[in-house]
Structures are given as C-alpha cells and as structure tokens.
Design a protein around this ligand. Structure first.
Ligand code: AMP
Length: 278
C-alpha cells in the first residue's frame, strides 16, 4: 500500500491510476465498520483508495475535534491488511490551501439543517465541503459510505446529484457488535458502565421500527423511544421516523421508512438508525 500526503504526490500517483477507483473517506480510528467499506470497494474496483483526515470543518467549537482518536500507524496497518492500494493522508494545508475560512463551501440546504444538522449547526456543511474536495482530488468512480451515518450518506448522495459529479455514492450496511451496538470510533469514549448500556439505543430503534411497521402512530413511536432512552440514562437529541430516500416527514402512503436517533450517553454522542417498510 502506498501512502500519499501531498498534492504533488497525489498528482504523480494519479497519472498512473486506472479509471476504476473505489474510494473510502474516513476520519481514522479505523474499525471493522470502515473495513466493510474497504472490502466492498475491493470487490468492485480495480483500485481502492482510502483517506484518513480528521476534518476540522465538521466539528463545532465545543465538540471533540482535539480529543478525536488519531492512530495513523494502526489505521495504515488495517488498510493494508484489507488490501487498500493507496492511503491518502492529507494535512489541513492540503485540504484547505487557502485556509478554512476562504475555502469554497458546499451546502445542501434543507437536508443539512434538520435531525443531526439541527443539533450540530454547520456540521454537514463541513462534511459536504470536505467530501467535495476529496472527490475532486481522488476522482473515484464510486465512493463508499456507511449507513450508520444515514443522514450524511443521503446528503452526500444529494450533493453528488446536484453538482453532477461523476461518482456513484454507495451506502453500506452498518457493522455492529454482537450486542447490536453500531461500531463507531467514538465508542472509545464510553466508560465500561456506559458500554454495557449503549446497546439499548439499537434495541429501542429496533422495537420502534417494529411498532411503526405494524401500523403504530409515528409520533407515538418517536415519543416512546425517546422515553425509553431517557429511562436508560441517555439524553436524546431526537428520535425521528422519516422517509428513507429523502428524510422527509412521512405521508400516510410512504412505505420505505427509517427511524433515526441521536442521544448522549455521558459525554459520548451516539447515533444509529434502522430502515423498515410498513
Ligand atoms: P468516520 O471515520 O466516522 O468519518 O467514518 C467513515 C465512514 O465509515 C463513513 O462513511 C461512516 O458512515 C462509515 N462507518 C462508520 N462506522 C460504521 C459502521 N459501524 N458500519 C458501517 N460503516 C461505518
């Protein structure tokens, strides 16, 4: 596996690359969820490029940018084991050469301002801005994204459509522990006691999805899930049932739905979701 850090190295490398590139953008702290994306890309493309970049633009001023786990050597070992061909390890200066304030911003209106966007103002703008830059630099045929970050996946898909970018966005199912807990780099923040409780998030969403699929009133389901989370020691930001495709509030005739939640457990903010049909 080749490590690329600068734009000059990237340009020299890319001149030799095939057209058929599968790309996996990450913020590092890699786990089996990330590896599932790399393996999907490996199956489908001649070449696999992964990136590891903790994007300051997508963290709020009071969020965990400084504390976010950074483990470059371990990340590179995992990527090499999963047969990635290239790891792109840019610095802030490579991603934002003009500085963060002067860099062109990409914003997907509406979709970016609700659910997690409401609780993390500017977060998705940071995501779409960095992903647009990475797609422009790497120029992949397909970009693999986890459905764990469901809203992010839908927003990036919308961005690519709206900008007419030549990259397919592929959503990959969430990888979970046996307990149901979605793998996440931020799980490292959980205390041992919180770790025992964390699987309740997915349990609650699974039960909520089952009730909604059986015809329960969606507002009742949302409220009951939020209550159960609170009773288990979570502080929910939201629990919401939305249309799977565009995250719109469902009409009575909409059948493909997703229940999404974000909740704090101690100092850790966890998100999860479950798709279902009714
Ligand atoms: P991150 O490093 O957290 O920015 O995540 C990089 C990519 O990995 C994103 O597309 C995430 O949605 C995806 N990802 C993170 N956790 C999981 C998981 N448990 N299962 C599948 N994909 C994941």
């Amino acid at each position: 596996m080749i490590a690329v850090r600068t734009l000059t190295e990237l340009a020299a490398q890319r001149a030799q690359w095939p057209q058929d590139i599968g790309f996996v953008p990450t913020m590092g702290g890699l786990h089996e969820g990330h590896m599932a994306l790399v393996r999907r890309a490996r199956e489908a493309h001649e070449m696999v490029v992964a990136s590891v970049y903790v994007n300051p633009l997508q963290f709020g001023p009071k969020e965990d940018y400084a504390a976010y786990p950074r483990a470059e050597d371990a990340d590179c070992r995992r990527l090499a084991q999963a047969s990635a061909d290239v790891v792109f390890l840019p610095t802030d200066a490579v991603i934002y050469p003009r500085g963060r304030e002067r860099h062109t911003q990409v914003r997907v209106p509406g979709l970016s301002e609700e659910l997690c966007g409401r609780h993390r103002p500017g977060h998705f703008e940071g995501v779409t801005t960095v992903v647009a830059r990475l797609l422009g630099l790497v120029r992949p045929r397909a970009c693999y994204m986890g459905k764990k970050d469901y809203q992010q996946w839908r927003i990036v898909t919308r961005m690519v459509e709206d900008l007419g970018l030549p990259t397919a966005i592929v959503g990959v199912d969430t990888v979970r522990e046996a307990s149901g807990l979605a793998l996440s780099t931020r799980n490292a923040y959980l205390t041992p006691a919180e770790r025992v409780r964390a699987p309740v998030l997915y349990e609650v969403l699974t039960e909520g999805a089952q009730r909604a699929a059986a015809g329960a009133d969606l507002a009742d389901v949302e409220a009951a899930c939020a209550e159960r989370l609170e009773a288990s020691g979570f502080v929910p930001d939201y629990v919401a049932v939305r249309c799977a495709e565009d995250l719109a509030v469902p009409k009575a005739t909409d059948a493909d739905l997703v229940i999404l939640a974000a909740a704090r457990l101690g100092r850790t903010r966890l998100i999860d979701n479950r798709e279902f049909r009714r």
